[in-house]
Design a protein around this ligand. Sequence first.
Ligand SMILES: Nc1ncnc2c1ncn2[C@@H]1O[C@H](COP(=O)(O)OP(=O)(O)OP(=O)(O)O)[C@@H](O)[C@H]1O
Ligand SMILES: [Mg+2]
Length: 487
Amino acid sequence: MFNSLYARLSITLLALVILLGTTVLWIAHETSEQYSQEVTQRLNGDIAMYVTGEQQLIEDGHVNQAAVDKLAQRAMTINPTVEIYLVDAQGRILTSSLSDVVHNRISLVPVKQFLSGEVAYPIYGDDPRHPTNQKVFSVSPILEHEKVVGYLYAVLGGKKFESLQSAVDASYILQMGAITIIGSLLVAVLAAITIFFFLTRRLSALSAHMNNFDISDPVKGPELPTPAKAKDEIDYLSASFIEMATKIKQQFVALQSLDATRRELIANVSHDLRTPLASMQGYIETLMIKDSELSPARKQQYLATAHKHSLRLNALIAELFELAKLDSGTMELNIETFSLMELVHDSVQEFELLSAQKNIKLSVEAANENCYVCADIALIQRVLQNLLGNALEHTPADQSITIRIKDSAENVLIEVSDTGRGIAKHEIPHIFERYYFSHQGHHTEKLGSGLGLAIVKRILELHKSSIAVRSELNRGTIFSFELPLPA
Ligand SMILES: Nc1ncnc2c1ncn2[C@@H]1O[C@H](COP(=O)(O)OP(=O)(O)OP(=O)(O)O)[C@@H](O)[C@H]1O
Ligand SMILES: [Mg+2]
């Protein structure tokens, strides 16, 4: 409990206040003492001179005892706190009005300071009744034939004074002063402790939040301020915690989904590789075992099927490698400025034989023949190959495929449009997923692997672009994407 920030702050503050309070009280006490001593000495500084008057206290080196007694009597009557001593020129006490004197001499240093008038009040001198105590005093030199033969030394804070002083010490005003100081310090402590409580309460709430951190619900519990509402450091701390927690959650979710995708990929890959591999093995085994029973035409057919499956395996593996590379996050784009028209014409040429076989018209429409773009040429070529390959595959004979190029101020729009069988509305959101094959159409033996559009999507994402599709069943499909013009 004493380890909490709140307890430590409060204890430190309390200790500070106690220290401060005692210091203030001590200083007040000391200065009031000094003050009263100074007042006493200023008021009564001349008392020794007045009482001495015209009396000759020392005559030819002898004390005039009668005169001294009379004078002491008089002084005591004027001011009962005064104690009178007669000392010689060396400070030895010759006679005193009091019986309980324990010291027989006084120091003349303060006496001379007093008489010189150069030292500030209060000046403390010896008290013959209390050798360890120093008291304010009044003194007057005794002269005989113009020569100092002794001093009349009057201690101003005598026994009576002390008893008076202790009565005043306990007086109303001093008590009030002490009570005021202690009271205001206590109020300050209470106020500070309350403030600490509210400040540390927010810190405790935050630390409770951090303790209860749960990846599925990173910001549960009492509401914490948002960065926009933050007023002080604690608010900012809370806000950064929420931000951090949210980010951790996002990354965790992303990692989870990445993990799921990986697992799915491995499952799909092994399944996909197994099917063509198994049928290839089947045909080859049949050829080996039943070699003599098969007609040459059958053998040819089996071989062709096995070959087709090996091609499919090859294509599948190549595409998987390509996608894995694009997905690795370490893929570096080789961005350069190139002529889009040249690339499009090259790609069209690749498919000329295939399109001629199906009697499909493959054409390019461009407003600007000198269109340059900024991108990775090899990857954009893959995009065009995949889109043209799909278009050719899903467009019946005697129809047409058109590549349109439209350039604006910042971008170039590339459209691959066919008049083929189209894609059903409910399938459109899925065609960019890996291993998604449309169930439209009637082709039972499919050569594709379902990775082509996933690769296209990934390549365009790496270019900070995206692929769009518009399609109508039995009317045709348009795939489009944008590439930036050179800066
Ligand atoms: N131009 C198109 N017209 C109609 N359907 C299309 C068109 N392009 C793609 N599709 C549909 O989208 C699906 C996914 O295409 P994708 O290119 O990703 O895979 P694939 O062509 O089947 O295999 P791969 O390209 O890996 O050899 C296809 O199976 C097809 O149903
Ligand atoms: Mg394809």
